[in-house]
Design a protein around this ligand. Structure first.
Ligand SMILES: [Ca+2]
Ligand SMILES: [Ca+2]
Length: 207
């Protein structure tokens, strides 16, 4: 008797993501998988003796099915996205060095390290060659790095970069503006923003 087996997928493959080689039983991918949509599949694979298939008979003892569990593994296919395009903060002339000014946040749709951010700033140095602000690499918290005496009404504009895989993956950038204000100004969000930006970013500032 011919023992050749005929394999087919009879369940769990409604979207046609998988195919099976009818004679070897090897399952392979027919369409791209996306971890962000479906993280696992349970296929039901049927094995028939070829004699049953050819004669189109249905003999229960010559047919068997098995469940196949397929886990989809994530890959890094989404870049970071900042919670805002523009972050606005204020410092006062007596703000101490290494005071927290604001927190930037970037997230992405991947899991694990593929969405674990490292942050850095692209910031022009001061006339004295110092960085006026620094960022905590894993928290995204921006801190002051100089004193701002006699600098009221000036502002600092720089970029924040988030890179996933702890700095080895995809990057995206946001903008930061920090104004030097007095204590009273600090209580009024709009006053911490240079006038031309208030005009441009009205929508974002009203919250
Ligand atoms: Ca990612
Ligand atoms: Ca992914």
């Amino acid at each position: 008797m011919n023992q050749t087996i005929f394999y087919s997928i009879v369940g769990g493959n409604e979207q046609g993501r998988f195919k099976v080689n009818n004679s070897t039983g090897v399952i392979y991918i027919a369409q791209p998988l996306d971890y962000e949509n479906v993280t696992s599949y349970i296929l039901r694979v049927q094995a028939d003796s070829l004699g049953v298939v050819m004669s189109n008979l249905r003999v229960p003892s010559k047919t068997n099915t098995a469940k196949v569990f397929i886990d989809v593994q994530d890959e890094n296919d989404h870049p970071p996205v900042f919670s805002r395009k523009l972050y606005i903060g204020g410092v006062t002339e007596d703000t101490k060095i290494f005071s927290s000014v604001l927190k930037t946040v970037a997230t992405d749709k991947d899991t694990g390290n593929f969405s674990a951010m490292a942050y850095r700033l692209i910031i022009p140095p001061t006339a004295e060659g110092q960085d006026s602000f620094v960022i905590e690499v894993y928290t995204g918290i921006i801190k002051s790095a100089i004193m701002f005496r006699n600098m009221r009404r000036s502002y600092f504009k720089f970029e924040v970069i988030a890179t996933d895989e702890y700095g080895k993956g995809f990057s995206s950038r946001g903008e930061v503006v920090v104004s030097v204000v007095n204590a009273l100004d600090m209580q009024v969000v709009v006053s911490t923003v240079p006038p031309h930006l208030v005009e441009e970013k009205k929508e974002e500032l009203i919250r």
